[in-house]
Design a binder for this molecule. Structure first.
Ligand SMILES: Nc1ncnc2c1ncn2[C@@H]1O[C@H](COP(=O)(O)OP(=O)(O)O)[C@@H](O)[C@H]1O
Ligand SMILES: O=C(O)C1=C[C@@H](OP(=O)(O)O)[C@@H](O)[C@H](O)C1
Ligand SMILES: [Mg+2]
Length: 168
């Protein structure tokens, strides 16, 4: 069974962007857990937060984690809050190698966060999320990708580590 590649990290660190490049580089399918949630709900992430609240979103995210963990040989981009529930990470870690994309907070703050209800246009919220979550990202990461270059460079680093892992 070929393991999945699971990408974790702060909202805006590039999980989705790096995931797309990785899937092309390795010729593997890509699944974004936010997309699984949106498809199951028939609504966008901001709509789900507005209509049902964060807890309902987290329940949907846990269902998406279980679904994604059932795949193999797939690049899985998660939402930034996936690490908040240990059961999510147990499920994803059982069938995947976990990579933490540790992009500099200043660079993350510079991105467009309009589609992220927990962040919006307030950098202070991102700083708070970072403080609350950094230990969780570190705890669950098998590998940390800290280069702050391009998404392409991060994807190449992850691809090399994954192929090395597959040879062990
Ligand atoms: N060095 C970099 N690494 C990752 N993403 C980058 C980088 N530089 C710019 N970006 C951009 O930052 C944004 C990150 O957003 P996204 O991939 O949606 O993050 P996430 O899924 O982690 O929330 C994308 O628009 C991506 O193109
Ligand atoms: O950090 C978070 O709690 C969230 C991150 C988002 O995903 P990205 O990290 O892909 O932006 C999305 O799941 C939702 O808006 C909540
Ligand atoms: Mg994303």
């Amino acid at each position: 069974m070929r393991k999945n590649i699971v990408l974790i990290g702060m909202p805006g660190c590039g999980k989705t962007a790096v995931g797309r490049i990785l899937a092309q580089l390795l010729d593997l399918p890509l699944v974004d857990t936010d997309e699984l949630v949106e498809r199951a709900a028939g609504a966008t992430i901001p709509e789900i937060f507005a209509a049902e609240g964060e807890l309902a979103f987290r329940d949907r995210e846990t269902a998406a984690a279980r679904q994604a963990a059932g795949l193999e040989g797939t690049v899985i981009a998660t939402g930034g809050g996936m690490v908040l529930r240990p059961e999510n990470m147990e499920a994803l870690g059982a069938t995947g190698v976990i990579f933490f994309r540790d992009r500099a907070l200043e660079a993350i703050i510079g991105e467009d966060h309009s589609g992220r209800p927990l962040v919006g246009s307030q950098p202070d919220k991102l700083k708070k999320l970072y403080t609350e979550r950094i230990e969780l990202y570190r705890k669950y990461a098998q590998y940390t990708i800290s280069n702050t270059d391009t998404a392409q460079a991060a994807a190449e680093q992850i691809a090399a580590l994954y192929e090395q892992e597959a040879r062990v």
